[in-house]
Design a protein around this ligand. Structure first.
Ligand code: FES
Ligand SMILES: [Fe+2]
Length: 447
């Protein structure tokens, strides 16, 4: 029997009239304001809200998870994060005066401590009962290495601010950054479990935007971890196999390997170039806040530009609107253009997801499970440190010689990726300095 032309089974063309996009966003995963299921889930975790360098002598107005807030440093160097509108009659505390302790509202002089309690209600008597009746909404803040983290959840359930192993990388320096993207948080976050876009967006569509090796087609697998999800990308580059693992640390943190990796020489368990959180400002704006890490090992050819890393700026292309003209961004679109143009809130019901969207689908599934578990009364999951003084993570690059004949097939790439990922996961509880040798020996079959 003769085969029908493949086109015969395709839908007819010119269907614009019948294919008007309609559908609503997936509110369960995308809406973050107080009282929404996802908003409640994200509020159970510390979130970076600003860089220390943004907080001078004046208060800073912020929006986080749809809440209008004011961040300030009082004159004894304590940091407060209060609801923006004064509990007296609503003037914004961004016009307040930081005091020796807390902040004084400009309008009638009500004085709030960093925990929101009233120290003095303006001209009311010092022992006025109003001081015991009124409290300004406030959230705890912790400062670490140039970033200010806040916890916006129920006070009795506040976890410790986790310390990740990559924050302690020897010989690495770090620089904080904070970049706004005008779209929903999930499309910024799930981009990190969409590794096929590295090949298309960052190599084919726009020319090579990162390392040349990142433009080599990759064999991709995914694995859930104690922290969330990893993707495992294995490429054949010259005489080597390169396996990259990218971390999603739920609910909204990500770690990514060296930006300019070229996989030219063997290396094992080389750690990450960024630890960042995709923090919802509100339902349609996201602020990516984190640390960019620098070291000789991560950047042997000196391509990093720490001077470019900071507010609304980072040292690789396609992350902000401001850096290029519209025409340039059309010619060489980057992550910013791809994510923002998915609509203010991407509509999942309009997508036609394919096999290469497995990571996005798994990430959404994990988030949905955890959002529902919290709504059902289960305690939120927080990472365990085990016997270590920090949380062990998995992001890394391993490059080793390819010993096979010719070009490795998918099975060979998959086997290498699994070998690396297993070693990385199995070594999590070893001291950080021992993991490199463990992964090397495991990958080379010497363990
Ligand atoms: S509005 Fe703040 S003190 Fe009156
Ligand atoms: Fe990207």
């Amino acid at each position: 029997m003769s085969q029908a032309p493949s086109g015969a089974h395709r839908p007819a063309g010119f269907q614009g009239y019948y294919r008007q996009p309609s559908g609503t966003e997936d509110a369960e995963l995308t809406h973050v304001t107080p009282g929404t299921p996802c908003g409640e889930y994200l509020r159970r975790y510390w979130q970076p809200v600003a860089m220390s360098s943004e907080l001078g002598e004046l208060p800073l107005a912020l929006r986080i998870l749809g809440e209008d807030l004011v961040l300030f440093r009082d004159k004894s160097a304590q940091v407060g994060l209060l609801h923006k509108h004064c509990a007296h009659r609503g003037a914004s505390l961004e016009y307040g005066l930081p005091a020796e302790r807390g902040i004084i509202c400009c309008y009638h002089g009500w004085h709030f401590d960093i925990d929101g309690t009233v120290i003095r209600a303006g001209s009311e008597p010092a022992d006025s009962p109003i001081c015991r009746r009124v409290v300004q909404g406030a959230y705890p803040v912790e400062e670490r290495n140039g970033l200010l983290f806040a916890y916006l959840g129920p006070p009795q359930e506040r976890p410790a601010l986790p310390l990740y192993d990559t924050e302690l990388m020897p010989d690495a320096t770090s620089k904080p950054f904070s970049i706004a993207t005008p779209c929903n948080w999930l499309q910024v976050y799930e981009n990190t479990q969409d590794p096929i876009h590295v090949l298309h967006l960052h190599a084919r569509s726009s020319g090579v935007q990162f390392g040349v090796a990142s433009g080599v087609d990759q064999l991709i697998e995914y694995q859930t971890t104690p922290l969330g999800l990893i993707n495992i990308q294995t490429r054949h580059v010259g005489a080597h196999l390169w396996t990259r693992i990218t971390d999603s640390i739920l609910p909204n943190a990500n770690q990514t390997g060296a930006i300019w990796e070229e996989a030219q020489a063997p290396k094992f368990m080389q750690r990450c170039s960024m630890l960042r959180w995709m923090v919802p400002v509100d339902n349609t704006t996201t602020r990516t806040i984190g640390w960019r890490f620098f070291s000789e090992r991560l950047d042997p050819r000196g391509q990093d530009q720490p001077d470019l890393v900071g507010k609304e700026s980072i040292d690789f292309i396609g992350q902000t609107a401001a850096e290029r003209s519209y025409a340039e961004s059309q010619r060489q679109p980057g992550d910013f253009e791809a994510q923002v143009s998915q609509r203010p809130i991407a509509i999942h019901a309009l997508e036609n997801r394919a096999a290469s969207d497995a990571g996005v689908a798994r990430l959404r599934h994990l988030l949905r499970e955890r959002i529902r578990a919290l709504a059902a009364g289960e305690p939120p999951f927080h990472p365990h440190t085990g016997a270590l003084p920090y949380v062990a993570t998995y992001c890394q690059d391993t490059v080793d010689r390819w010993h096979g004949a010719g070009v490795p097939d998918d099975d060979a790439l998959r086997a290498q990726g699994r070998k690396v990922a297993n070693a990385v996961l199995q070594s999590a509880q070893l001291p950080a300095a021992a993991r490199e040798a463990y992964v090397r020996d495991a990958v080379r079959g010497l363990e």
